[in-house]
Design a protein around this ligand. Structure first.
Ligand SMILES: C[S@@+](CC[C@H](N)C(=O)[O-])C[C@H]1O[C@@H](n2cnc3c(N)ncnc32)[C@H](O)[C@@H]1O
Length: 470
């Protein structure tokens, strides 16, 4: 098996959660982009690794019954919605299988009950936040190479996956409701017509640089425009025009970022007009969202996720609950009415301030929030001071928990641990570290991001007593 080898009538027998079809040829596993279970295709081998190869479809001979026409003109180039050639029911099946296989393979988890994945009602326009880049260089597709189309100019869109130096010029993105595309096009055209410089990601210079657009289910919109240099007159001109054109933008801000890296978390956000924050509702709880705050990006599905976590926590009102990796205290505030006390920890001090403010905003007075690295903060002294937890909810980032944190949790004596994860592989690894004292009794996968490879999984771990579950 080597690159450029050609195979005819290859049957695709399974699909990965990343949208690759899998075929087996001569004891080799072949991964094929844009192929899916049930396809039959002629393929060419494109690259070879130690244990597997990659191939490309040259001719699709028979289409899988799960195939649908991708809705986005940028499919295949933009890394965003890599499963959009697969119908939604099949996407859900692939995600469910992925969660079950990953937990079994890595964590040796045999949950007593695995619920069917919770689907998303809306499979497009479900995101409440998009981060766009403006740039003077764009990626050219193979079809565009050797044509009149230029790679330099004034563009706005997303970075090419794995490429910091070029962006894909996005016409329509289907991930957020309108006017997200209209706002981006307006800012791009306003700057381009005036021949303002677009950011050069290779030289790290240029005026108009990035844009964050957020919205809420309550109908508010926030726009943050990031400029690569300061020019007050131009900033007022573009933001003033944007504000006039889009009265639905309730909160308008800007940032001057002259650093090489695009993050704004260490920079001042300057309020231009409107309200300073957005207010979102999940269930009965309101959340204030400031420009730098993390907030779950699919609000309606977040509510389903939090309900699943609350259900697994089986709270009666008498429990001391720890909400680890609490962020802006979203889960803590959502569940507070069902607990005696909720203690949240996160290492982002601003997020902790937001969490406290969100409790105040909702008249919740049985929460406590602390900023610090969980590995250091969750000490014996901390547990003594804040009470032994009856239930621990943990929602770490993709990298999962530090082994010391998994150890500490498993020694905490909590009756139940509800592990919310956006990465089943690290969740499985962490669960394996707690297997001596806890066993997984229930799992609930949730599809937060249709058409993408992402899947969330909530696992309930119950304390074992001398090797049995109580
Ligand atoms: C997946 S988010 C969870 C947010 C929150 N549960 C929610 O639903 O809005 C993970 C959070 O973990 C925090 N975090 C990551 N590593 C941490 C650490 N070592 N110590 C404390 N917090 C950490 C991040 O700041 C982030 O807020």
């Amino acid at each position: 098996m080597k690159p450029k080898d050609i195979f005819n009538d290859v049957e695709i027998t399974s699909s990965t959660v990343d949208g690759l079809g899998i075929a087996r040829i001569d004891n080799w596993v072949v991964f094929i982009p844009k192929a899916l279970t049930g396809d039959v295709a002629d393929i060419i081998i494109t690259s070879k690794k130690r244990n597997h190869v990659f191939g490309k479809i040259t001719e699709l001979k028979k289409e899988s019954g799960q195939r649908v026409i991708p809705f986005c003109e940028h499919f295949g180039l933009c890394g965003g919605c890599s499963l959009q050639h697969i119908n939604y029911a099949e996407q859900l099946r692939i995600k469910q299988q992925f969660v079950e296989d990953t937990l079994k393979r890595i964590g040796k988890v045999e949950a007593e009950k695995i619920f069917p994945i919770i689907p998303c009602d809306e499979t497009t326009r479900y995101r409440n936040r998009l981060d766009f880049a403006f740039a003077n260089r764009r990626w050219l597709t193979n079809d565009e190479l050797n044509t009149e189309i230029k790679a330099t100019g004034s563009f706005a869109g997303f970075h090419m996956p794995g490429r910091y130096d070029k962006i894909i010029d996005i016409n329509i993105c289907h991930l957020q409701p309108e006017p997200t595309n209209a706002i981006r096009h307006f800012a791009k055209n306003f700057a381009a017509e005036r021949e303002w410089s677009f950011y050069d990601p290779v030289k790290y210079e240029g005026f108009i640089r990035d844009m964050i657009i957020r919205n809420t289910t309550t109908g508010e919109w926030m726009v943050v425009v990031i400029f690569g240099s300061r020019d007050d007159e131009k900033i007022s001109a573009v933001l003033g025009a944007l504000s006039e054109k889009f009265p639905q933008v309730t909160s308008l801000h800007y940032v001057i970022n002259t650093k090489r890296n695009p993050t704004i978390y260490d920079l001042d956000v300057i309020h231009f007009n409107g309200k300073e924050t957005l207010t979102e509702k999940i269930g009965e709880v309101s959340f204030k969202i400031s420009p730098k705050s993390f907030f779950q990006t699919n609000t309606k599905q977040a509510e389903k996720l939090f309900k699943a976590a609350l259900d697994f926590a089986s709270l009666t009102g008498n429990e001391v609950v720890y909400d680890l990796y609490t962020g802006t205290g979203t889960i803590a505030n959502f569940i507070a009415h069902r607990a005696k006390k909720v203690t949240g920890i996160d290492y982002i001090a601003d997020a902790i301030e937001n969490a406290k403010e969100n409790s105040r905003l909702n008249g919740i007075n049985n929460t406590d929030f602390f900023s610090g690295d969980i590995k250091e903060t969750l000490s014996d002294n901390f547990i003594e001071a804040h009470g032994k937890p009856d239930v621990i909810i943990t929602d770490p980032p993709r990298a999962g928990m530090h082994p010391d944190v998994a150890k500490k949790i498993s020694e905490s004596g909590a009756e139940r641990i509800v592990y919310v994860s956006c990465n089943p592989a690290t969740q499985a690894r962490d669960i394996a570290l707690m297997a001596e004292r806890y066993r997984v009794t229930k799992m609930q996968p949730v599809d937060m991001f249709p058409n993408t490879s992402h899947v969330e999984n909530v696992a309930l771990l119950e304390k074992k007593v001398q090797g049995v579950v109580i």
